[in-house]
Design a protein around this ligand. Sequence first.
Ligand code: ARG
Length: 634
Amino acid sequence: MDQLQQQVEGLNLNAIAEFPNCFPDVNPLDVYRAHLSNVLTEITGVDKNIIYPALSWTQSLDKGDLVLAAPALRLPKGGPKPDQIVQEWAAKFPENDPLFEKPHVHSYFMSFFFRGAPLVSSILPTILQKGHKFGTNPSLGLKDPKDPSKGQKKIIVEFSSPNIAKPFHAGHLRSTIIGGFLGNLYEGAGWDVTRINYLGDWGKQYGLLALAFEKFGDEKALEQDPINHLFQLYVRINTEMTEEKEQIAKRKEAGEDVTEAEANSLDEQARRYFKKMTDRDEKALAMWKKFRDLSIVRYKQTYARLNIHFDEYSGESQVSESDMAHIGHQLEEKKISKEDNGAQLIDFSELVPGKEGKRLEKPLVRKRDGTALYLTRDISELLARHAKYNFDKMIYVVASAQDLHLKQLFKIIELLGHKDIADKCQHINFGLVLGMSTRKGTVKFLDDILRDVADKMHETMRKNEDKYNQVENPEAVADVLGISSVMVQDMTGKRINNYTFNMDQMTSFEGDTGPYLQYAHARVCSIKRKAGLSDEEIASADFSLLTEPHAVNIVRLLAQWPDVFSNTLRTLEPTTVLAYLFKMTHALSSSYDVLRIMGSEPAVLKARMALYEAAHIVLGNGMRLLGLSPVERY
Ligand code: ARG
């Protein structure tokens, strides 16, 4: 805001009244919108508080920077037609406005273009000065925007949540990518973020796994590679169990007495083992705890490669049995659940009127043997989290295959009398990844995929020997590029869309891919290295030398970044950020030939360097928001 005031004569900042959602200190475009609203109020007589929110973005730069549709101003009926009135308004728009050129008119739209010089000389210093913070807006997460001492709003993001001893499948990968991004997003918006990993680590199958380890487990293999070893045990014991079941069924058919066989079966042993676990038998729990702890150590290593950490490794095992018993009583007392053949279920069609009640089906909350289910644990866990964190919002990042499960969960919380809590919860869902496989076969674990993609990127890098030799740690760079490939492909479409995992496409340098985005970032970095100017020198540039349309257009895009950030808080879609970043990279790549650095006069070189440095900052900020690690060179 100061920058604009210093640079733009005639800009009446006092007239930039307090608009709601106007943050002139973090978003320079808010100053533009406020100023324009004031000017248009004079011309149209419409309240500026109606104009301000009606100023919208354009699809592309050739359509202007802001656009106003006359019907959005709720004009009184019976007056001139919107097409005609915008003509009149445009004619009255001041010739010498400090920030805007005279508007263009098309049908009932008025499009506004920023004047180049004031834009360039206010946006670039703002970006250089704010650096990593440019775009974020910490006041959005304040409990009371007018009184920061009241503190930040609290959000829980639950994501990733794989199941121990089972494959870390595509659903977990997407949850990890999207959840990591959402955590960063809310942090940038000033919320107090807690990241929770809700592990699948409880149930009869973990009793079975312990049995498997007793039979054919290997201490050493477990320590070295817990994820794979446990998975092997899991597959082996499940195969044995299935065979055993078939045999027993056959003998039964043949009229044999199978009572003893059933009592000694793996299934029954697993049930007994798990019973001991729920009774908190120390010996039974020790084994399970070791599996869990070792798996978490491994998960943490993989998450670190993806720039992700969790504040809490919770999980189905952590849900208290007594809490669940207590909630069970409440469900019965309030007649939410009912007995059915010894079990307890919730028949939503009797509780929720109309189609919705039918759609919610009839989930079980207690089995006949008294044990709890996935849904029961989620009910307890949700309430326990609310008691522990008193959150303002909680997000569950879970595949859309569990849409029904989460709808049931939120509805039960509401029926229990906690509509306020249910309203704070949101399911962020996403579609399937089709055909995910490594080059050697179908994929089981995330690590296999990441290794494979990194190998592929390493091969590609080696093809350019000169460049390859300049990269300090090519393996590490290949790893980052591989991860970027996977993540960018995942974030390209809307979350709800399914997509096909395509290794060749994602690792290509052609098109809007991860490697291309990294290349664009590395390229602006290399310009800075070659120019050899310090940050102080760059900041002292004479911005008025940047008059070429290519330069102004890049600045127009850079100016949008804070808006893109706040819009992303509305869409909660990684693609909102990604699409913007690719627009930036395209504008940059078409400008390198026009806005040369090498061979330019020192003053021009410095000004262009300031432009590229600002682009470097915004690209990096966007990439980090998505969870990517921008590379400096490759
Ligand atoms: N572990 C579950 C699965 O792999 C996902 C957990 C989702 N979160 C939840 N609170 N239910 O399907």
